[in-house]
Design a binder for this molecule. Structure first.
Ligand code: SF4
Ligand code: MG
Length: 336
C-alpha cells in the first residue's frame, strides 16, 4: 500500500509570554518529532486528551500552519512548498470537515448555494453542471433535494453535519480530515454518520484521518490509531492490537477510563491516571509521561524513549515496550 500522507519528524513550536516570577518569552512545543504514514484507504485516528497537540497536528496536516521542523508530505510532495495551482490541487485533494455543526454553516446561505461555492472557487463556471454536481453530492450524503434552496436554520445536528460532509465531498477529495466531526452528535446520529462514512469510503476510495478524543468512536470507525501525549505520538497500532493489548502505559490509562464489555489484556484498575499533564512550556526531562506513569523507573528520568522506527505498524515509545532488558532493569530497581 502507498502512503498518501506522511509526517517526517514534524515539530511545531509557538512563542508565548510567561507571566509571574519567570516572566519573559518562551517556547511552547505543541508537536514534537511526529512521524507516521497514512495509507490509501486507511481510517486513521489521532487520539489524545485536550492539549496533547492533536489540534496543532490537524492544522499542520491541512496546511493552515507550516511546521517549525520536519515535513508533511501528501503523495510525496512537501505541502509547505506548495503555491498557486499546486496548493489549489492540494486543497481539493484534502478536505477538512470541522467540529461544530452549529458554528460552521453560514445561517443566511441556502444549503445548495453553500455547496456551489467550493466549485466556483475551483473554477467551475457552467451553472447547469454546478447544480447537477451539488444535487448528486446531496443525494450521496442523504440530504433531500428539497433542501437545495432552504436555509440551514431548521436542520438537526446530524443534518448539519451531513451538509459539512457534502461541502467537503463536492470537490471529489481523496482525503477527509475530520476534526472531532461526531463529537456534537448523539449516539444514534453518530451511528448514522459512521455508516455514511463507510459508504462514502467504499464508493469514492477515500482515506480518512480522524482527530478525536472519543475512543469508543475510534474503536468503531478506524483501522489504525496514533495516540498522542504532550505533543508526541507515544503509540501507533492497528485497532484490535491497540484496544486489546496496548503497549504504552498512557494508552492503557486512556483505555482504562473507557467503559467497555470487551476483554483486554491488562487490568484497568492498575492503569488509572492521576494528576495533570505537565505544561508544554516546561517539558520534563526523559519520558514525557513519567510524572503520571505508574511504571516509571530511573531510566525514564534520563532518556526520552522516542518513537522513531518506521515501516512497522506497531510502535510504542516506552522503555518497557521497546526493550525487554528495560523490564528487567525496572524489576531490579523496584526490588532495591
Ligand atoms: Fe512510563 Fe518509563 Fe515507559 Fe515513560 S518510558 S511510559 S515513564 S515506563
Ligand atoms: Mg486540542
Amino acid at each position: 500500500r502507498s502512503a498518501v500522507v506522511s509526517l517526517n519528524d514534524v515539530s511545531q513550536t509557538y512563542r508565548v509570554r510567561k507571566r509571574g516570577a519567570f516572566a519573559g518569552a518562551s517556547e511552547l512545543r505543541a508537536v514534537r518529532r511526529v512521524t507516521f504514514d497514512v495509507f490509501k484507504g486507511d481510517s486513521f485516528a489521532v487520539v489524545g486528551e485536550s492539549g496533547c497537540g492533536k489540534s496543532t497536528l490537524m492544522r499542520l496536516l491541512s496546511r493552515l500552519e507550516r511546521p517549525a521542523g520536519g515535513e508533511v508530505l501528501c503523495e510525496g510532495q512537501d505541502i509547505s512548498k506548495l503555491s498557486g495551482a499546486g496548493l489549489l490541487a492540494f486543497r481539493r485533494k484534502l478536505q477538512l470537515v470541522l467540529q461544530d455543526p452549529f458554528d460552521s454553516l453560514p445561517p443566511r446561505t441556502a444549503i445548495g448555494r453553500m455547496l456551489e461555492i467550493p466549485l466556483r472557487v475551483h473554477g467551475w463556471r457552467d451553472a447547469g453542471r454546478i447544480r447537477e454536481k451539488v444535487r448528486a453530492v446531496m443525494n450521496d450524503v442523504g440530504l433531500p433535494d428539497a433542501l437545495y434552496e432552504e436555509l440551514p436554520t431548521g436542520l438537526s445536528a446530524g443534518q448539519r453535519q451531513r451538509v459539512n460532509v457534502a461541502r467537503a465531498m463536492v470537490l471529489d477529495p481523496e482525503i477527509l480530515l475530520m476534526d472531532e466531526t461526531l463529537s456534537a452528535l448523539d449516539q444514534t446520529e453518530q451511528f448514522k454518520l459512521l455508516a455514511l462514512f463507510e459508504k462514502l469510503q467504499r464508493e469514492h476510495s477515500l482515506t480518512y484521518i480522524f482527530i478525536s478524543h472519543d475512543l469508543a468512536m475510534v474503536r468503531k470507525a478506524c483501522n489504525r490509531i496514533a495516540v498522542m501525549y504532550l505533543g508526541e505520538v507515544v503509540e501507533l497500532a492497528d485497532n484490535d492490537r491497540l484496544f486489546f493489548d496496548p503497549g504504552h502505559p498512557y494508552t492503557k490509562a486512556l483505555l482504562s477510563a473507557m467503559p467497555t464489555l470487551e476483554e483486554r489484556r491488562y487490568r484497568p484498575e492498575d492503569c488509572l491516571l492521576e494528576g495533570e499533564p505537565p505544561s508544554p512550556i516546561d517539558l520534563p526531562t526523559g519520558c514525557s509521561f513519567r510524572s503520571r506513569c505508574p511504571q516509571a523507573f530511573d531510566r525514564c528520568v534520563r532518556e526520552n524513549p522516542l518513537l522513531t522506527a518506521r515501516g512497522r505498524t506497531d510502535l510504542s515509545s516506552c522503555h518497557l515496550v521497546s526493550s525487554p532488558s528495560a523490564i528487567a532493569a525496572e524489576r531490579a530497581s523496584r526490588s532495591t
